[in-house]
Design a protein around this ligand. Structure first.
Ligand SMILES: Nc1ncnc2c1ncn2[C@@H]1O[C@H](COP(=O)(O)OP(=O)(O)OP(=O)(O)O)[C@@H](O)[C@H]1O
Length: 310
């Protein structure tokens, strides 16, 4: 090679090496950083998520099917419903951890909380354009992006409508394809009707595990879609069938609180202790008033109780 060709080759080689090293340490939108671990998700749902046999099944099927499809027709849209502290954020985290190497810390995972990010109804027009720009910008950067919207029931219907085009069956919008992204909506909407059904099962002496999606579907849809307070009610997300799966989360019982407490002890490097777990579980409040079946705050606040008892 003549000196000029050698210089060019060395330059190109150095740049390629530099890029490889950069990609090795710096998260990028490729298989090294984004690789779905189906077994990992199944194991996590089986071993870490307590008392949610219906949600667990739907989430696994939905995410598996979507991630194994090289050419999905639309983004995956999951809507997670249920009482507080029952694992909706937790499941979103498990999904993120089994798709992205960096889990919730990935720069391709975006979490919005209505009351935090969109607090003022008067600024809805600004929020709309910011949110649309944000979604478009992030998906242009990486088509395998995950968007989690917490407190969806508190989100302004106009804002929900503004993200609708991205959830639809479009091949491309302004040159951007949204079909490989995942949207997860979290809300307490429908939580009370899920509790009612779970309570009916309990009162009838039936096993909780016997409960199926069809037992919850009717009352869930009535309370979510016919409820004036629910943001969903006034949006066309529902009638356009843009949500692929509605996922109900059951209220948690005493035995699940014990499981959550032991899991938390293990996570802290402590030996899970039944006595401590009993103390924590007894310290929580349960409802309805006389039957005291379900934890008012689910598995939330166990953290701070454990600081006290462990
Ligand atoms: N079903 C569950 N199995 C295991 N751990 C759980 C479960 N539910 C809740 N937890 C634990 O409690 C914590 C709080 O739960 P999480 O934030 O997922 O509740 P949520 O359903 O999203 O509540 P909210 O509606 O108030 O946002 C989780 O980080 C997890 O540690």
């Amino acid at each position: 090679f003549d000196p000029i060709t050698t210089t060019v080759l060395v330059g190109v080689g150095t740049a390629a090496l530099g890029r490889t090293i950069y990609n090795y340490f710096h998260e990028s939108c490729d298989k090294k950083w984004i690789a779905f671990n189906a077994t990992g998700l199944q194991t996590d749902l089986d071993e870490k998520l307590f008392g949610q046999h219906i949600a667990s099944r739907i989430v696994l099927k939905a995410v598996n099917g979507f991630m194994n499809n090289e050419n999905p027709k639309k983004p995956l849209v999951l809507s997670l419903h249920g009482w507080t502290g029952t694992g909706k954020n937790f499941v979103s985290k498990l999904i993120a951890e089994n798709v992205y190497k960096e889990g919730m810390h990935s720069s391709f995972v975006h979490l919005f909380t209505s009351t935090l990010h969109f607090p003022h109804p008067s600024q809805i027009a600004t929020y709309k354009s910011q949110l649309q720009q944000w979604i478009k910008g992030n998906i242009s950067n990486c088509e395998r992006s995950l968007f989690i919207f917490d407190e969806m029931d508190k989100m302004h219907p106009g804002l929900i409508d503004s993200i609708k085009p991205y959830l639809d069956y479009y091949d491309k919008l302004d040159g951007v394809s949204y079909r490989k992204s995942i949207f997860i909506f979290l809300s307490n909407a429908g939580g009370e009707s899920i509790v009612e059904t779970a309570l009916d099962f309990w009162r009838a002496g039936r096993d909780r595990e016997e409960m199926e999606l069809k037992d919850l579907e009717t009352s869930l849809s009535l309370s979510v879609f016919n409820n004036n307070k629910s943001g969903f009610y006034r949006t066309s997300l529902i009638d356009k069938n843009l949500v692929d799966f509605f996922v109900p989360f059951l209220p948690l019982e005493y035995k699940h609180i014990i499981q959550c407490t032991k899991a938390e002890m293990k996570a802290r490097g402590l030996e899970p202790d039944q006595n401590v777990a009993n103390k924590v579980a007894k310290d929580l409040v349960y409802f309805p008033k006389f039957d005291r079946v379900f934890s008012v705050k689910g598995c939330k606040t166990i953290d701070s109780k454990l600081d006290y008892y462990a």
